[in-house]
Design a protein around this ligand. Structure first.
Ligand code: PGA
Length: 249
């Protein structure tokens, strides 16, 4: 039975690949999408250098382009950063904000993530706001508390389920091959929906991310609370990424 909320599968390529690799990968995924009836929305998030060429390749297709980050300001003296409008101009429709690699590596607070999400929406992008606990926080029994607070503080006040997506990514599951139990995923996703705190929570898409691959995607995507996946490592392998897309119920 198809899901109540349409699932979304996003590939976060992180800092991987030059133009030729990226285009081969994007075209392989496009070929697959043309041959199948997708049961989910599909988004590719290449590194900034590939936004334009991958965006051109995806133009007019059923696969959308996303970026991995944006700045909270529309323009200015922010060396190395990208404004949301630049992502839109390259063909982007989504942007990941608050990934744990940015929260940890670039000192992004919940407030900073909320400002990025706001800027993304102002430019017409759908932010995919990432939240997730560390190993120590989970071991200390604080996963629900931490994730709930991240949702409350990283989501701009005027967000709606139609213009925002949340991705639950436990930090200890990212790139490690470890995943929470399906019961734990369900529990956190329900907590995310509760922390969302708005009347449209039943429409909110909550993705799971952290070591999703072709071999475990069916079990995770079948969960009632899971509305898709944010995929890192496995999104670099077109065949495995397509398996994840096909695993959507
Ligand atoms: P992973 O990364 O799939 O390699 O665990 C997920 C992510 O960081 O979005």
């Amino acid at each position: 039975m198809p899901k109540f909320r349409r699932p979304l599968v996003a590939g976060n390529w992180k800092m991987n690949g030059l133009r030729a690799d990226g285009l081969v990968r994007a075209n392989a995924i496009l070929d697959h999408a043309r041959r199948t009836t997708l049961r989910c929305d599909v988004v590719l998030c290449p590194p900034a250098s590939l936004l334009w060429p991958v965006g051109e390749a995806l133009k007019g297709s059923s696969i959308a382009l996303g970026a991995q980050d944006c700045h909270a300001q529309a323009s200015g003296a922010h060396t190395g950063d990208l404004a949301a409008a630049m992502i839109v101009e390259a063909g982007g429709r989504y942007v990941i904000v608050g990934h744990s690699e940015r929260r940890a590596g670039h000192g992004e607070t919940n407030a900073a993530v909320a400002a990025k999400a706001k800027a993304a929406r102002a430019a017409g992008l759908v932010p995919i706001i990432c939240v997730g606990e560390s190993q120590a926080e989970r071991d200390g029994g604080r996963a629900l508390e931490i994730v709930s607070r991240q949702v409350m503080e990283s989501v701009p006040d005027d967000s709606t389920a139609a213009n925002t997506i949340i991705a639950y990514e436990p930090i200890w599951a990212i790139g490690t091959g470890r995943t929470p139990t399906t019961a734990d995923i369900e529990e956190v996703h329900a907590a995310v929906r509760k922390a969302w705190g708005r009347g449209d929570g039943v429409q909110l898409r909550v993705l799971y991310g952290g070591s999703v691959k072709g071999s475990n995607a069916s079990a995770i995507l079948a969960l009632a609370e899971v509305d898709g996946a944010l995929v890192g490592g496995a999104s670099l392998d077109a065949a495995d990424f397509c398996k994840i897309i096909d695993a959507c119920p």
